[in-house]
Each structure stands twice: as structure tokens, then as C-alpha cells.
Design a binder for this molecule. Structure first.
Ligand code: C5P
Length: 218
């Protein structure tokens, strides 16, 4: 039987990773956080002191390093990467790197490879429109910018990342704009995706809705 692919897209803080992770756990599918891959390369760029505008050096680096997931954890060249990729420094730079077409090509190829022989729940910005166009279920999660900022603030506080609500709101608005306006695979809802506004819904309600939608398709 062909592997099942669930694509979850949407702007920053819409609840994608929380929902995708919980859904994967219940369905026993593999969860792939594609944002973590773009954050991972950004983290390496900063760590190695590469100029954010030096696209040639960034592309060289992306070709050289090995980014992959083991049991849901991100590894770069076999080193486990955790909350370092959630820092403000990374968040403020990631969308500049994610708009470089060659970087996207490397990441997208790696993402498609992961989904070849296993059931996946993959979240990001271009999963339904580009990475897994043949996904059996495509979802587009949204929420108000205030709610998304509040959630992201709470999440980072739990991970002991120092930041403020105002800083997060500004970052989210700026990243959304860049992700929506870039020419290569911008953040846009796939024509065949189902939109879920998560603002006033509980995680359980959303999970139940998705499981129901999946049942109709497979
Ligand atoms: O999902 P998260 O907020 O961690 O993603 C960080 C950034 O990575 C996004 O703002 C976007 O610029 C980029 N990204 C992307 N395509 C994806 C996933 C993330 O361009 N599929």
C-alpha cells in the first residue's frame, strides 16, 4: 500500500507543530518538522560566522552538511540540535535563508526522500503546494496574529528561550510577510487543502476533526 502523507501548512504559530506532533503520535506516523530544517541551516550559518547575504557560501554549506531526523530529533552532521534553533537570532534570519531557491531545492529533496517509504505528518509552508503535492490530506492552519504570538511566547518560555511578547509579534508579522511574498514556493494555501482556524479550538477538537477528515480519504 502507498504510504499516507498528511501535509500541514500555515503561518508561524498557527499550531502546526503541536497538532502535527500529536497527530503523528496517535496515528504512529513519522512527524517531520520542515521548519526545523530551515532553522538548522540558519543556526549553522550563524555559528560559522557566514554573512547572511553571502548566498554562495550558504548554498555551499547546505550541500556539505547533513541534516536529518532520528526519532523526531534533528541532527546536523550527527550532532543533536535542540532549542538552539528556536533562538531570536535564528528566527530573525531564517526567512532570508529559506527564500534562496537552491536551499529550498536541497531541503525539499531531503523532505520528499523521507516520505517515500513511510507514513508521515509533515508541517511547513509549502508542503501541500510543493513538497508533497500528492498528499492524501492537506490542511492549512490559521489563527489571529495575537493568538499566534501568545502561543509562541508560551512555547518559548517553556523552553527557557528569553524573549518578549512584543518581539515575537514583530518577528511573526515580518516572517509571514517574507514567507508569503517570496517568489520561490511562497506560503499559500493549496487549492485542495482544508482550512482550519485554530483560534478558538482546543487541540483535541482539531485532532478529532483531522482524524475524521483522514478517515474520509483513506
Ligand atoms: O515552522 P517554523 O516557524 O519553525 O519555520 C521557520 C521558517 O522556516 C519559516 O518562517 C519559513 O521562512 C521557513 N520555512 C519554509 N518552508 C517550510 C518550513 C519553514 O520556508 N516548509
Amino acid at each position: 500500500m502507498e504510504p499516507i502523507k498528511i501535509a500541514i501548512d500555515g503561518p508561524a504559530g498557527a499550531g502546526k507543530s503541536t497538532i502535527a506532533q500529536e497527530l503523528a503520535k496517535r496515528l504512529k506516523y513519522t512527524y517531520i518538522d520542515t521548519g526545523a530544517m530551515y532553522r538548522g541551516i540558519t543556526y549553522e550559518v550563524i555559528k560559522r560566522g557566514i554573512d547572511i547575504n553571502d548566498q554562495t557560501a550558504i548554498i555551499e554549506l547546505a550541500k556539505k552538511i547533513n541534516i536529518n531526523f532520528v526519532k523526531g530529533d534533528l541532527y546536523i552532521d550527527d550532532v543533536l540540535i535542540k532549542s538552539e534553533i528556536r533562538s531570536n537570532d535564528v528566527s530573525q534570519r531564517v526567512s532570508y535563508i529559506a527564500r534562496i531557491p537552491e536551499i529550498r531545492e536541497i531541503m525539499v529533496n531531503a523532505q520528499r526522500k523521507i516520505a517515500i517509504n513511510q507514513n508521515v505528518v509533515m508541517d511547513g509552508r509549502d508542503i501541500g503546494t510543493n513538497v508533497l503535492v500528492d498528499a492524501q490530506l492537506k490542511l492549512f492552519l490559521t489563527a489571529t496574529v495575537e493568538e499566534r504570538s501568545r502561543r509562541r511566547y508560551q512555547e518559548l518560555k517553556e523552553k527557557s528561550v528569553i524573549t518578549s511578547l512584543k518581539e515575537i509579534e514583530e518577528d511573526i508579522k515580518k516572517r509571514d510577510k517574507m514567507d508569503e511574498e517570496r517568489s520561490c514556493a511562497p506560503l499559500v494555501m493549496a487549492k485542495d487543502a482544508i482550512k482550519i482556524d485554530t483560534t478558538e479550538k482546543t487541540i483535541e477538537e482539531i485532532i478529532q476533526q483531522i482524524i475524521y477528515l483522514l478517515g474520509e480519504r483513506i
